[in-house]
Design a binder for this molecule. Sequence first.
Ligand SMILES: Cc1ncc(C[n+]2csc(CCOP(=O)(O)OP(=O)(O)O)c2C)c(N)n1
Ligand SMILES: [Mg+2]
Length: 1044
Amino acid sequence: MHRLRTTVVRLRPIAAPQTAKSQSQARLAAVGGALRTFQPMRSYTASVSAEPFLNGTSSNYVEEMYYAWLENPRSVHKSWDIFFRNANAGAPPGAAYQSPPPLGGAALGLANAQAMVGVQPNVEKLVEDHLAVQSLVRAYQIRGHHVAQLDPLGIMAAIDPGPPPSDIITSNDKLDLSGYKERLYDLTAEEFYGLDESDLDKVFRLPTTTFIGGSESTLPLREIIQRLEMAYCQSIGVEFMFINDLEQCQWIRQKFERPGIMQFTLEEKRTLLARMVRSTRFEEFLQRKWSSEKRFGLEGCESLIPALKTIIDKSSMNGVESIIMGMPHRGRLNVLANVIRKELDQIFCQFDSKLEAADEGSGDVKYHLGMWHRRINRVTDRNITLSLMANPSHLEAVDPVVQGKTKAEQFYCGDTEGNRVMSILLHGDAAFAGQGVVYETFHLSDLPSYTTHGTIHVVVNNQIGFTTDPRVARSSSYPTDVAKVVNAPIFHVNADDPEAVMYVCNVAAEWRATFHKDVVVDLVCYRRNGHNEMDEPMFTQPLMYKQIKKQKGVLQKYAEKLIAEGAVTRQEYEEEIAKYDKICEEAHTRSKDEKILHIKHWLDSPWPVCVCFFKMDGQPKSMTSPSTGLTEEELGHIGHIASSVPVEDFTIHGGLSRILKGRAAMVGQRVCDWALGEYMAFGSLLKEGTHIRLSGQDVERGTFSHRHHVLHDQNVDKRICIPMNHIAPNQAPYTVCNSSLSEYGVLGFELGFAMASPNALVLWEAQFGDFHNTAQCIIDQFICPGQAKWVRQNGIVLLLPHGMEGMGPEHSSARPERFLQMCNEDPDAYPKFSAEEFAVRQLYDCNWIIVNCSTPANYFHVLRRQILQPFRKPLIVFTPKSLLRHPDAKSNFDDMLTGTHFQRLIPDSGPVCEKPDGVKRIVFCTGKVYYELTRERKNRGMDNTVAIARIEQLSPFPFDQVKVETDRYPNADLVWCQEEHKNQGYYDYVKPRLRTTVDRTRPVRYAGRGPAAAPATGNKAAHLVELQRFLDTAFNLDAFTGQS
Ligand SMILES: Cc1ncc(C[n+]2csc(CCOP(=O)(O)OP(=O)(O)O)c2C)c(N)n1
Ligand SMILES: [Mg+2]
């Protein structure tokens, strides 16, 4: 009731001089002190005891009702309507309440009440006018950005604002009141909340949801409009009213509404000018020296450089020590030079095509390379590490990778709130709106195991994508609308107003530091040249480019402004330019001495422990792979953890109890199934100090309900237990996390996570192997060629469930043919390595490792080898589905003991070994089909005549071990058997390699499904017929007779 009274009091008419100073001061105190909480202003002037039906606890309710009544008097009960009308009309305490009319006498009671209201006609008008002002304020807050002057070109291609909102007074000359006067005349009273020109000098009390008053709590309407225009309709357009958090909205309001808030010191202005000089003159220098080279210049958005520097300065001030950035082509060299501070001569020598590359690998073009640099931030005098991630041409693909790397850095330095490490992502307008991975990345932003606690997004919104206009490139008003999905505030800013740019960047950095949530800065700019320096933009955007040709450069405009203000002299400005030009010239001269190009100077992610992991020259410490086995005791201990619940009073599901009992029984019998093999690998690595992170859809339980790494208490909501974190006191942490339903975003994220440190096993599991195709870009552009392009090793593991099990065309194939086709190994050349080093040298040279394990023990070994080997390579594992529970697909502890290791090829150890000369055929295969082959062989009684060898590591191909097998059975023909279709699977990859192994002395035959467009049939019966048919071929010793 206090609040109600207060509100009512504040709606009373007041004359201009009678401003309620005390109230405005109270409000300021609330705002000025602790900015994070905003109390509505209160004035305890009326006595609550006079209203007997009200008490302290009902005041909230009444206030809600009051606001509802203000919006629409009919939305509350008639009795409340009468009460509020009477209270507004100035009824003394106690008199405003009218008891509800007796049944049947309603008409009389209401008539009396209405009679009382009726005697105060001008109060209603007053309430309406105040409400109108409140609505007006709100309209500017919500839609002011639609009429802000965002476009430096004045053609508004950047946004599609539609007709000007009728509830905002707009004019081209925002400060000329005649503009909105004119508009006021045009507007009908209804359109403009019933306000008209005669109201302009009336004074209104400001609602608590605005800060335009500064120290005033009341203002004349004219001033209110002017201040709203200043706050929301100048060079900055703020989109934030969709945020469903009052505190955050208030925070933003006060950042943009407080009068005089955008003022800069002389020093700040001069620094800004100097940064603009660097940004502009850098591009001009490149243009002068290499006019015909592609560089995707920044011309038209030069204020990007001060924008980024402002964000970095402010974040450094707030304690950030490391910033990881991702960006596309536009302005990249400028960012490297002037933000990351890569040596200019290193950049310039990238333009010299004659330089010889010093490092292995194929390298990348200059505007894709990454960079890492630690330096002192001049503004804060603190150390800051900046890294710009290398990226492919595929726009926005780097977004999740940056997030993953940021998360990893936060994780390894114990930065649980993102106070020390943060990310900045830059985007082009067309790509930001068009690429789905942007959306996927936003959806990771607030998930516990994926959040980086707020990313600052900066959009270089040059109102064009290559040759395409925004009107045909997106369906949303702004390119930034996608950010609304996570309630990120969006600050649109005219990039030709560098001070406004600097201001919003400061606010964005403060927002991130305060709320740890994403924020977007939309730099509305233009592109002075074509898409690249060789492109003619007049072909497609003639009028836009006529305007651009007339457009004065932003540096010139800003310099003139500062000179006119007296902030700098023309001479100082010219000296600044000459100084930077000289720096560029000198660096250029130095760059000519450079003879060799070092790609490793462009490394974006040097490992913090690289000195321990590699030798000083970057080579592996040794070229041996240690044994990956464990002691009996270790196996027993981890097996025990895997089959128990290591916390007290924790009730698990009955079905899970049975699973754990089954595990315990297996441990008792010294055997492992797939899940237990994985447990052994993870558990032992954790114990040895390797952090493990397993991420993907439903990985915690496992798609096939076999893993159960997270136990859920059946009686307490959200109470969980992760036994893997109870292996040993000093173990490394285990992170297992169900991801959002994304492949592109999540795989990119995990790849980024894996980049941060070699001492972590980072695994991404696809729900079914074929789903990796929606992450194809991460695989093709990063995982496969990452080391070759950017001299950066990465040990990420992909677990891809694969197998033809009659489940139809989807869910069957993880597309091994695609991974195999992208291996860098020569199929026609037998590697020339010594026998001892064969395996490890092959691994060292390959671009990735591809395995299809047929036993839990081998899966266990390959996971452990991934960490114990002295370098890092991506590992692709085709994982089983039905084999998870296949009674034969179990391994004995003996195969996992100390001294054992991963078997690249598992030879036949059955009766064929006794009389190898009598073996007529060797069937080579991989994965699950092995079990189908052995069953068929047994059924046919061919255990002595057909040998079956499993190629467990497909790439690098185990030439040496295959040779041992082909030599062992000199009279056997060679068959490759696979369950996949002939144009899929492994055949095309394996065949030339088998031929190379036997020096083309024996043909390689095929037993498998015929070629097909789809990976599998949708008909179970057809599936079984196909299976039997190719098994027949595999065991029919005459099947290939007569074939050449
Ligand atoms: C995923 C992807 N698709 C297409 C392209 C080809 N392409 C390169 S730049 C470009 C236009 C990008 O426009 P925008 O995002 O607005 O950036 P701008 O070049 O205007 O700075 C396109 C379509 C690409 N690089 N990546
Ligand atoms: Mg663009």
